[in-house]
Write a protein that binds this ligand. Structure first.
Ligand code: FES
Ligand SMILES: [Fe+2]
Length: 354
């Protein structure tokens, strides 16, 4: 997918521009390459046409009557009407709202609205995948095809997924950095963190295992018996966690999807589902899972809300003055560099001695 070139500079804070001392050219561009979950499968019943914002432009997603999903660039190649505003699915075709030209499943123009032979024209394709009930699209600053694929486990006994969407002022890299920024867990989230497995960086993925426990009163009570969370980051658009909570016999999945909307804002999409493997009666297990997912999703957004004012006003420091206990910030930033094919300087953020 090749959308318009983004502004290369890091987005300014909405209320307080960064100090001139900040080295702006070293900051990552606003849009990383990768997969971004712009919708759920359930939002796209056969015949439905949806418009979603991604990297400063619209993407139109639709499902044909036979169930095939397609994502396309928004403008009709005839005279530029927006297909997401009045475009309709007819059978396997998408019909433009303006002169009713119809486009086949491969995007080719198959018919005009007034009987004339169709011109040689096709819709601009956007690479998409439907995985585990989510619609992902691929975005690359240079229009290159996917170099990796999203890996998600199947539903496998998990109950219905509860989805929530929040629009935040933040850079997509901020959200994923939060995952390994162990120093912020206590001051922002009142949580103690214990790393069971330090973050492993492997191609487009970063995996870790940790335990989180609520900080009690003034004492830092780290519960060694707190459940372990298996976390996986894939690109800068997807963070998944799996936690088994033996006390209630529950497995919980919380999946966070970051979708850059424009140089300043992201949509944070959250999907939570649970299962109760110890509950024999399938109907009861499913009902319990359906009941639990909603409150757990809301709880997860409360935690994100605590980071929100920080992300809305922070800036990117090329040489952060790190301290012990910060987590592998420098390693993470070097890893994240691979997702910016249009990073202008090519310089890697590194820690400066002293
Ligand atoms: S602009 Fe789409 S058919 Fe004319
Ligand atoms: Fe956080």
């Amino acid at each position: 997918m090749s959308l318009s070139k983004p502004d290369r500079s890091r987005p300014p804070s909405p209320t307080a521009p960064p100090s001139p001392a900040v080295s702006r050219p070293a900051a990552p561009p606003p849009y990383p390459d990768g997969w971004f979950a712009i919708a759920t499968s359930a939002e796209l019943r056969p015949g439905r046409v949806l418009t979603r914002r991604l990297m400063g432009e619209d993407v139109v997603v639709y499902r044909t009557r036979s169930g095939r999903l397609r994502a396309v660039r928004p403008f009709c190649p005839h005279l530029g009407a927006h297909l997401g505003h009045g475009g309709r699915v007819r059978g396997e075709e998408l019909v433009c709202p303006f002169h009713h030209f119809a486009f086949g499943p491969e995007g080719e123009c198959v018919r005009t609205g007034y009987g004339a032979p169709p011109p040689r024209a096709r819709l601009g394709a956007v690479v998409s995948r439907e995985i585990s009930g989510l619609v992902f699209v691929w975005w690359h600053a240079r229009g290159e095809p996917p170099s990796w694929e999203v890996d998600l486990p199947s539903a496998d006994g998990f109950g219905p997924v509860h989805h929530l969407v929040r629009t935040l002022v933040a850079h997509p890299q901020d959200f994923m950095e939060n995952v390994i920024d162990t120093g912020h867990f206590t001051p922002i989230h009142r949580l103690s963190v214990q790393m069971v497995e330090e973050p492993r960086f492997d191609g487009p993925r970063m995996a870790s295992v940790y335990r989180l426990a609520r900080v009690g009163g003034k004492k830092n009570v780290l519960c060694a018996s707190a459940p372990a969370t298996h976390a996986m980051v894939q690109g800068l658009g997807l963070f998944t966690t799996e936690t088994t909570i033996p006390a209630v016999g529950m497995d919980m999945r919380a999946w966070f999807f970051v979708v850059p909307l424009d140089p300043v804002r992201i949509d944070l999409r959250l999907a939570v589902s649970v299962r109760f493997p110890g509950v024999r009666h399938r109907g009861t297990a499913r009902a319990l899972a359906a009941l639990a997912a909603g409150p757990l999703a809301w709880f997860s957004t409360f935690e994100t809300d605590r980071d929100r004012p920080i992300w809305a006003h922070n800036t990117y420091l090329e040489h952060p003055r790190l301290a012990q206990g910060d987590g592998p910030i420098t390693k993470y930033r070097r890893w994240a560099r691979q997702f910016y094919s249009d990073w202008p300087s090519g310089r890697l953020p590194a820690r400066r001695p002293g």
